[in-house]
Design a protein around this ligand. Structure first.
Ligand code: TXA
Ligand code: MG
Length: 348
C-alpha cells in the first residue's frame, strides 16, 4: 500500500481532508495526539476496526479507546454515567485522560470494546485529532500507532518505522507533547480507579473527585490467577530488544555506583550497555554511554519511548534506568519502564 505523509505545518487542510475521507470510507489513518500517535478508524465500522487489530498484531481481547470531539457524544456511547464521572471528564477533557464508563448496548461493535460492558472514551486536546474527528463526522477508535509490543510512537519517524506501507495516510504533527499514553481511569464506581497512569495524575483526579485509587497492577506484576483490571495489563508492553533494568535508591550516589558496576560487568562480557538518566545525573556515569532524558520527569515522559527505540537502533543489549519518584507524571514513567523491564526492579 502506498503511504502518504501530510506535514500539518504546511498542509493542514489537505491533510485533515484526506484523512477524514479515509476514515469515512473505512480505512486507517495514523494521527498525532498530545499523548502519542494513534492508529485511527471509524469506531462504529466493524470491518475498519478489525484492520487496526490486523495491522498492529494486537490481541483481540484488548479493547480500543474511542476518541470524541464533543462532550455530547458521551451519551451516544455510554449509559449510566454518574455525576462524579461527568465531573471528572469535564475537568480533564480535552486532554490526556480516558474515562472508562459503561457502554450503551449496541452503540459499538463488539470488536471495538473487545466485548466488554465498558468503553474507554477520550477527548484529545490536539487540534488535528479533534479536527479529524469533527470533519470525518465519525468517532475514532485509536490505539497507539505502534506494532503490538513496541514502544508507542511519539514522532513521525517512529510511526514510519512501524506503519510504512500499511496505512494510506500519516498525519505528521511533530513530536507529541506528553510522550506517554493517556491516563485510563475507571469511573464506573464510587471512587475513580487509575488503571494506567498518564499525563493526568492520581493526585489531580483526587483533587476533583475527593479521592482516587491506583490499581495495584500499575506498578506490580499480576499474580498468578489475578484478574487484570484492564486487559492491556496482561501483555508485556513497551519492550525494546535490549534487556532493561530499573535501579532504585534513596541515595543518588549509591544508585549510580550500582548501575556503573552492572554496566561494567555487561561490557566485560561483551555486551553493549546504555544508561538512561536525567541531565543532572550524567556526571555520575562518567565515560559510559548515556542517553539523556532531559531535565525533569516531564521531559523523561516525553523522551522515554524515543530512547527505548534508540537503544534498539544502536544495537544495545542492556539498558539501565534510574527509577524516578512515583509521583505526578513519575508514576506514568515508572509504569512504562517497569513493564519494559519485565518487572526487573533492583532496590539498592
Ligand atoms: O493516549 C492514548 O490513550 C493513546 C492515544 C492514541 O489516544 N491511545 C492508546 O490506546 O494508548 P491503546 O489501545 O494503546 O491503549 C489503551 C489501553 C489498553 O491497555 C486497554 O487495555 C485499555 O486502555 N482499555 C481500553 N478500554 C478499556 C476498558 N473498557 N476497560 C479497561 N481498560 C481499557
Ligand atoms: Mg498501546
Amino acid at each position: 500500500m502506498q503511504t502518504v505523509v501530510y506535514d500539518l505545518k504546511e498542509q493542514y487542510r489537505q491533510g485533515i481532508a484526506a484523512a477524514a475521507e479515509v476514515i469515512r470510507t473505512g480505512g486507517l489513518v495514523a494521527l498525532p495526539t498530545e499523548t502519542v500517535y494513534g492508529l485511527g478508524a471509524d469506531a462504529q465500522n466493524e470491518v475498519a476496526v478489525r484492520q487496526i487489530f490486523a495491522v498492529k498484531g494486537r490481541p483481540q481481547d484488548n479493547p480500543l479507546i474511542v476518541h470524541l470531539c464533543d462532550a455530547a457524544q458521551v451519551d451516544e456511547l455510554a449509559a449510566n454515567v454518574s455525576p462524579l464521572a461527568r465531573r471528572v471528564m469535564q475537568a480533564f477533557w480535552p486532554g490526556p485522560f480516558t474515562a472508562v464508563v459503561r457502554v450503551k448496548p449496541g452503540a459499538l461493535p463488539a470488536v471495538t470494546t473487545a466485548g466488554l460492558a465498558t468503553v474507554g472514551l477520550r477527548m484529545p486536546s490536539h487540534p488535528a485529532a479533534r479536527d479529524l474527528i469533527a470533519q470525518s463526522g465519525r468517532l475514532i477508535a485509536a490505539p497507539s500507532a505502534n506494532l503490538s509490543g513496541k514502544p508507542s510512537p511519539t514522532c513521525l519517524a517512529h510511526v514510519r518505522q512501524d506503519l510504512w506501507g500499511k496505512v494510506p495516510v500519516i498525519l505528521d504533527g511533530g513530536p507529541c507533547a506528553v510522550g506517554l499514553e493517556s491516563t485510563v481511569c475507571d469511573l464506573t464506581g464510587e471512587v475513580p480507579v487509575v488503571l494506567r497512569p498518564g499525563g493526568v495524575s492520581p493526585e489531580m483526579i483526587a483533587a476533583v473527585a475527593g479521592d482516587a485509587r491506583v490499581a495495584h497492577a500499575v506498578l506490580h506484576e499480576l499474580g498468578e490467577g489475578e484478574a487484570a483490571p484492564s486487559p492491556g495489563m496482561k501483555y508485556k508492553h513497551y519492550a525494546p530488544r535490549a534487556k532493561v533494568t530499573v535501579v532504585q535508591s534513596d541515595d543518588r550516589n549509591r544508585l549510580a555506583n550500582h548501575i556503573n558496576s552492572l554496566y561494567d560487568k555487561g561490557i566485560a562480557s561483551g555486551e553493549r550497555a546504555l544508561v538512561l538518566c536525567l541531565r543532572a545525573h550524567m556526571p555520575l556515569y562518567g565515560g559510559r554511554e548515556i542517553l539523556c532524558l532531559g531535565e525533569t520527569p516531564e521531559d523523561a515522559a516525553r523522551t522515554l519511548f524515543g530512547a527505548l527505540r534508540q537503544a534498539d537502533a544502536r544495537g544495545v543489549n542492556a539498558v539501565f534506568f534510574e527509577a524516578l519518584s512515583a509521583e505526578g507524571i513519575g508514576l506514568a514513567v515508572m509504569n512504562r519502564v517497569i513493564r519494559a523491564a519485565g518487572f526487573d526492579l533492583v532496590r539498592v
